[in-house]
Design a protein around this ligand. Structure first.
Ligand SMILES: C[S@@+](CC[C@H](N)C(=O)[O-])C[C@H]1O[C@@H](n2cnc3c(N)ncnc32)[C@H](O)[C@@H]1O
Length: 255
């Protein structure tokens, strides 16, 4: 009798433990990630950016890709390129036209990905691109992975910029380069830049000097020696904000 009671008790105990385990597990697994539940990375926000990339920002991507491909001799490279916070992936499409690299759209908002894949297919680059959910502050890429990492118009959203830039540095191959920033490339015609800024209104009135200093300080904090801050200023653009970029290199033999 005592033995039977003990068996019943231990059965009940295991039942409770199992219930707690599975309920707890279910609760954990069905809980949305704090990043995605913040309400920022929605389908709606992706649609807004897709609209901008096809409208007001459409003239930006081809010249930027042209400059990146030329400056970093990408026509000779094979391997992986990453566009961090690529969103609609328009820059990637333009980079595919000018390079042989396989490009990864690494973005925190996966709602962009169906549009991105469809657009890549339509341009004949479906076999040369991938998309991956990625938070810049904790990249799920292995060390020394990419030939180049680029990013336009995203870094100011990153929660911990020092950590994000150290992640980019970690993922770069020895000898590889990163080009991260916001705004335009030097080769974008000034008249085009003026029209874009006029349509964007005051929301792009950030302090470029302060942002350049912030990027410089991040490079110092991370001990990255080979780096350059770029503030594109083509002739006649004195009153137009072309933005700010940081170029940094991981030395050869730094695996
Ligand atoms: C203004 S959009 C720029 C999109 C694209 N680079 C372009 O120029 O068209 C900013 C992008 O950064 C992404 N983003 C924001 N925070 C991020 C993070 N922590 N990690 C990765 N991507 C992020 C957003 O989802 C969005 O796609």
């Amino acid at each position: 009798m005592v033995l039977w009671d003990n068996i019943q008790l231990s059965r009940r105990f295991y039942l409770i433990v199992l219930t707690l385990f599975f309920c707890g597990g279910c609760c954990f697994s069905s809980k949305p990630s704090p990043l995605l539940s913040a309400g920022k990375y929605t389908e709606q926000s992706a649609l807004g950016m897709i609209k901008a990339s096809r409208g007001v920002l459409a003239p930006v991507y081809a010249p930027l890709a042209e400059q990146i491909a030329a400056d970093f001799d990408l026509d000779k490279k094979t391997g992986i390129g990453i566009d961090l916070g690529s969103g609609p992936g328009t820059l990637i499409i333009e980079l595919c036209k000018r390079t042989q690299l396989h490009w990864v759209n690494a973005d925190i908002n996966p709602h962009f990905f169906p549009y991105f894949y469809k657009s890549a297919e339509e341009h004949g680059f479906g076999h040369r691109v991938s998309a991956m959910f990625a938070d810049a502050c904790a990249l799920a890429f292995r060390d020394n992975y990419a030939e180049i990492i680029v990013s336009r118009g995203s870094f100011h959203f990153w929660k911990d910029k020092v950590r994000a830039f150290s992640e980019i540095y970690r993922v770069l191959k020895p000898g590889a380069v990163a080009y991260i920033g916001r705004g335009f490339s030097e080769n974008l015609p000034v008249e085009t830049a003026k029209k874009i800024r006029a349509k964007q209104g005051k929301k792009m009135n950030y302090d470029v000097e302060k942002t350049a200093n912030e990027l410089r300080q991040i490079m110092i904090d991370l001990g990255i020696k080979k780096c350059y801050i770029h503030r594109p200023k083509p002739a006649g653009s004195e009153r137009v904000n072309y933005g700010v970029w940081v170029e940094f290199h991981k030395p050869e033999g730094n695996g």
